[in-house]
Design a protein. Structure first.
Length: 316
């Protein structure tokens, strides 16, 4: 959803108007760097309790004071990946330069300063603190150590992937589920950087499970994906792999099938896939047998793949 596009503002007074609108959208004080081609664009998407927020503009500075944070601060943290230009971030006595591709965490309930000198852009996941389920001190301690996490690269790529498909994901039936899974991934990232030694084993367990789920997500289309491959890639035995899922009350095989069914359900509702047969979509999502796919689909969703398509596409 488009929140702000400076091209919609009249040339006269554009800078003041854009700064005001940016301040309202970000709940912060905003100053724009004078520029012959001043511009700004803000976009927002919702995936359940998770919001995706993208900001792109010419040079700007954004900040919140202690008073502003107490008065207006929503209990939200923003995990961002810098997209363009190097940004400067200051919070909790730490000053960081954030180049493109690097993760950054901002606690929006506390004072901060954020800026870029030239045209820049940033993509952020906005997450309610209560959805993270972590102590505030844990979150704040993690903000200066994101690069030390073994999940840093994975999370960065995940954020970029979410924004690449933001319109489709936000409009899909699985938007809330994808948002919840993304919050789980961010939680694991933060815990892995800030946990004390006494909980090292539980942190390792949590991050391993998240990494396995992400690996499965990326390999769903491979019909040969199975326990041997997943265990080998993550340097554990098949027994350990099955044990991880058993402790969570789940089955590895059923988890993979459920994810494939969700993906196929989503694709059957997309107009751009209307030219594909049901069998083709089944095969593309790792099902070797179209009849087996249809039976599992009906069991999961209470409707057949063809009925799902007809309802979603209006009989086309």
């Amino acid at each position: 959803m488009l929140v702000l596009d400076s091209r919609d503002a009249p040339a006269a007074g554009r800078a003041d108007l854009v700064a005001t609108l940016m301040a309202e959208a970000s709940a912060a004080t905003v100053t724009l760097v004078p520029h012959d081609e001043l511009h700004a664009r803000m976009e927002l998407w919702q995936l359940g309790r998770l919001h995706l927020f993208r900001s792109a503009s010419s040079g700007m500075a954004m900040s919140r004071t202690a008073g502003g944070a107490r008065r207006d601060g929503a209990p939200i943290v923003a995990l961002a990946v810098q997209e363009r230009s190097t940004a400067r971030h200051e919070q909790f006595g730490r000053r960081q330069d954030i180049p493109p591709g690097r993760l950054m965490l901002v606690d929006l309930t506390a004072p901060f300063a954020f800026s870029w000198a030239t045209t820049g852009a940033s993509r952020a996941l906005q997450i309610p603190l209560d959805a993270l389920g972590l102590p505030v001190d844990t979150v704040r301690a993690a903000s200066g150590a994101l690069d030390t996490s073994p999940l840093a690269g994975l999370v960065s790529r995940h954020v970029v992937d979410l924004f690449g498909e933001a319109d489709r994901l936000a409009a899909g039936d699985q938007a809330a589920a994808i948002g919840a899974a993304s919050i789980d991934l961010v939680r694991a990232l933060l815990v892995s950087t800030a946990a004390p030694d006494a909980t090292e084993r539980s942190v390792h367990h949590e991050t391993l499970v998240v990494r396995i789920h992400e690996y499965v997500r990326q390999r769903l289309r491979d019909p040969d994906l199975g326990a041997d491959e997943i265990a080998a890639v993550h340097n554990i035995s098949r027994r350990q792999l099955f044990g991880l899922f058993a402790r969570a009350g789940a089955s590895l095989e059923q988890s993979i099938i459920a994810r494939r069914l969700d993906a196929a359900h989503d694709e059957l509702g997309r107009a751009e896939s209307a030219h594909k047969s049901v069998a083709t979509i089944a095969h593309e999502w790792g099902f070797r047998d179209a009849a087996h796919f249809s039976r599992r689909f009906r069991r999961a969703f209470g409707t057949t793949p063809r009925e799902r398509r007809a309802v979603a596409l209006g009989g086309r």
